[in-house]
Design a protein around this ligand. Structure first.
Ligand code: MN
Length: 128
């Protein structure tokens, strides 16, 4: 069985580096983009087992992007884990409404972050 593949959508370079580092430390294959349009282009090239979606992105925000992914038959089955900051109260409900299967907050807590990723991947396996 190959490594689980994760697409990371995050515009902040520091957060991106940290998330990459943590995910790679667990043996996941990770690639990253900094915006929703880049994510759509990337998804035409290769499909991940999980998408990590920053909610606050320049241009199209992460919830709008998630709704779009969930409305597209080629991407709707890929679980999306929302990543957002503590400051944004009420984001959790909005994330689930948009079609996200889970939610993690920034600043990233290493343990909670990796648990959420592992859970989202496991939920996905059960559906396959
Ligand atoms: Mn952001």
């Amino acid at each position: 069985m190959g490594a689980k593949r994760i697409l990371l959508i995050e515009d902040n370079a520091v957060n991106r580096r940290l998330a990459q580092f943590l995910l790679k430390s667990q043996g996941y294959e990770v690639w990253e983009v900094g915006s929703a349009p880049e994510a759509f282009a990337s998804l035409k090239e290769r499909q991940p087992d999980l998408i990590l979606m920053d909610i606050q992105l320049p241009g199209m925000d992460g919830l709008t992007a998630t709704r779009q992914l969930k409305g597209d038959p080629t991407t709707r089955d890929i679980p999306v884990l929302a990543v957002t900051s503590y400051a944004m109260k009420g984001d959790e409900a909005k994330a689930f409404e948009a079609g996200c299967s889970g939610y993690v907050t920034k600043p990233i807590d290493k343990t909670l972050f990796l648990e959420a990723v592992a859970k989202a991947l496991k939920d996905r396996e059960r559906k396959d």
